[in-house]
Design a binder for this molecule. Structure first.
Ligand code: SAH
Length: 346
């Protein structure tokens, strides 16, 4: 009977060192292989040229290297690139490269489908199929880094976990991936350039604060009124705003890191002064920034972007209360690469 080989990239450096010692070799060999896997992006054991032929054959007998494959790459008229990334079990996730004059941002997925049920998001309709492994998250970043070098002559500068999935529902793997992305043996990126975006899972926000993470936090708020938020993000009934706020206060007390809120204003849903006032109140307990994001339609018109006047009303009220606010334009809409559109067509 054929034994299913283990993905070598599921091993920590320590485990890899132990493996070599267990096979009568030096622990140091583990470091070399680890570097091939994570720093040099080796796709096969044959790539590992400073490892002896016998050792490579032995690795081959015991392990596989499960790399993701970019199946399809689409380019938007605004320069945005969307990758359809095929996983070893044939499932597909999407990641996006967003270029600006000075930066390249990777928007990566953390789950196949999503555990949550936001009514305005295309990914939510897929339901959660599985969590991504750390290496599957890492590989999306490497693919975008390579594309950035190829098409824009510069490495990737920022990462946002705003692709498919809820990162805090796959917390351990997201953390492991970020460890690899930030470690000198991986991509050596600063955690300050990484933002994890969550719909708001209070228990996990507190855990992040306790774990002393160094990346930034963004919360998809969309409403600071429970009834409204529950109507568009039904899980809010389980994690109400009071709990979210308490977790965020805890986060701020521990990290002293400003919180960014993502917020779409929809016609007839959250476009009144009362909605804007509730947002201002919600932002007051800690230094906050609000990103007003454009709605990217995913359906037959149930949700409509609010009138520009409503957006102006929010902006003036937030500014009058000294809360930083930006109005963000969508990127990559023509290829369904904008927020909430991932998995629209596949
Ligand atoms: N689950 C995480 C990350 C993925 S969603 C989160 O909720 O934060 C990334 C961002 O896109 C979130 O702010 C989400 O609310 C927003 N979004 C989802 N659908 C959208 C749509 N159709 N138009 C605009 N933004 C959308």
């Amino acid at each position: 009977m054929e034994v299913k080989k283990k993905d070598i990239r599921a091993l920590t450096k320590e485990q890899l060192r132990d493996f070599f010692v267990g096979h009568g070799d030096k622990a140091f060999r583990g470091n070399q292989v680890y570097e091939w896997l994570w720093n040099k992006g080796a796709h096969t054991f044959e790539d590992m040229t400073n490892i002896s032929r016998d050792t490579r054959a032995m690795l081959h007998e015991n392990f596989v290297i499960n790399h993701v494959k970019v199946d399809q790459m689409q380019r938007s008229s605004d320069g945005t690139i969307k990758n359809a990334v095929r996983l070893h079990d044939s499932l597909v996730v999407e990641s996006v490269l967003i270029p600006t004059a000075t930066r390249t941002t990777a928007c990566v997925s953390s789950q196949v489908g999503c555990s949550l049920d936001c009514r305005f998001c295309a990914t939510a309709r897929l339901k959660r199929m599985r969590n991504l492994n750390p290496d599957e998250i890492f590989d999306q970043v490497v693919a975008i880094d390579n594309e950035s070098k190829l098409y824009f002559d510069r490495p990737l500068s920022n990462i946002v976990f705003m692709g498919m999935g809820e990162p805090l529902m796959n917390y351990n793997n997201v953390l492991k991936a970020i460890d690899k992305i930030t470690s000198p043996e991986g991509l050596g990126m600063s955690p300050k350039r990484i933002t994890v975006s969550t719909s708001g899972v209070p228990k996990m926000i507190k855990k992040m604060a306790d774990d002393g993470v160094k990346f930034k936090l963004a919360v998809s708020l969309h409403s600071a009124i429970d009834e409204v938020r529950t109507s568009i993000m039904p899980f809010n009934a389980t994690f109400p705003l009071k709990d979210l706020r308490e977790a965020l206060e805890y986060w701020y007390s521990k990290t002293k890191n400003r919180i960014t809120y993502e917020y779409v204003i929809w016609e007839g849903i959250n476009d009144t002064r009362k909605d804007a006032e509730a947002l201002v109140q919600f932002c007051k307990f800690a230094p906050s920034k609000v990103n007003l994001i454009e709605y990217n339609p995913i359906d037959d018109g149930e949700f409509q972007q609010a009138n520009p006047k409503a957006i102006d009303m929010y902006v003036s009220l937030l500014e009058a209360n000294h809360i930083t606010v930006t109005v963000r334009r969508s990127r990559g809409k023509d290829i369904d690469a904008a927020c909430g559109q991932l998995a629209n067509k596949s």
